[in-house]
Design a protein around this ligand. Sequence first.
Ligand SMILES: Cc1cc2nc3c(=O)[nH]c(=O)nc-3n(C[C@H](O)[C@H](O)[C@H](O)COP(=O)(O)OP(=O)(O)OC[C@H]3O[C@@H](n4cnc5c(N)ncnc54)[C@H](O)[C@@H]3O)c2cc1C
Ligand code: SF4
Length: 332
Amino acid sequence: MNNFAYARASDVADAVRRIAADPAAKFIAGGTNLIDLMKENVEHPTQLIDISRLPLATVEATRDGGLRIGALVPNSDLAYHPQIEARYPLLASAILAGASQQLRNMASTGGNLLQRTRCYYFYDIATPCNKREPGSGCSAIAGLNRMHAILGTSEACIATHPSDMCVALAALDAKVHAGPVGPRAIAFADFHRLPGNMPQRDTNLEPNEIVTAVELPSRGFAANYTYLKIRDRLSYAFALVSVAAALELDGGTIKEARLALGGVAHRPWRDPSGGQPANRPSFTRAADHLLRDAQGFAHNAFKIELARRAIVRALTQAAAGTPQSQSNKKIR
Ligand SMILES: Cc1cc2nc3c(=O)[nH]c(=O)nc-3n(C[C@H](O)[C@H](O)[C@H](O)COP(=O)(O)OP(=O)(O)OC[C@H]3O[C@@H](n4cnc5c(N)ncnc54)[C@H](O)[C@@H]3O)c2cc1C
Ligand code: SF4
């Protein structure tokens, strides 16, 4: 049992003041990831700063026609929000493909962004792990690496980012608002990091910053989208590979394609492209391009072909206006 203090933040400034005063403290929102990590002795904060009652749980229209989602909006509320269902169904599908209804009820928007990898060695404190203990080594590179990354890996870490929601946010070109240093808006593509030689840092958020909101631009690609998640079981499992595909079509031509992959890298893997005919050969070319630098390890080389096929299928479904993952939407 590790002792820790508990304090409830009265407002955003108070939350930031408290974390700046105690660098070993942690914010807690829904607690669905952090509490597990504390129970496994992976994280041992000296203090939990409870931000769950801060007034950051609303979804509001922005001046340029987008939406600002407060960091404490629960994942369930977001997926079933009428504006999200109607205008950003890609995001709703991605959220509903993750975790379980109970977890989504607790999980917050900000916490989902900052959830940590599901690499088994990261959770097993008896094994070396550079992300948990910098400089100790990476057990996954020569160990069991079926769920690990095929893109953007380093000699220090081959972990993946586990979020589904973030893959859709990457495809939609969302921004993350953090405060109060600034406050500043971070492009989604710049929020999560590749492991490099500092795998202990998952994001470019500074230690005393708090995520206050996620902003969606006005375009939601509601007519032609798909979130396709390939996993070992149909529910309650993290992605082996996932694809968020959003298309803007002009007749049979793709004016704009937004593709992001999950389950393959330390951050959602993005590649913008367009100007191609909406047919199988150009979808295959897009997959080849996105996966051009992919490299497998002993147990996960299958992910390269799996990702290639998933990209082609997701783009085909998106172009036809027949997105998958609708069945979950009826379960409230
Ligand atoms: C069994 C299980 C299955 C799951 N399956 C999936 C899945 O398939 N797909 C998927 O995407 N996710 C899945 N999840 C993960 C789940 O979505 C995350 O645990 C959840 O989104 C985290 O949100 P939270 O509010 O509970 O975060 P917390 O646990 O409260 O916090 C997580 C981290 O974020 C930090 N934090 C929280 N809010 C802020 C903020 N506003 N600013 C700065 N830092 C902050 C905390 O300090 C902590 O480090 C699963 C979880 C479990 C337990
Ligand atoms: S892949 Fe990353 S998280 Fe997993 S053991 Fe290696 S360093 Fe740790």
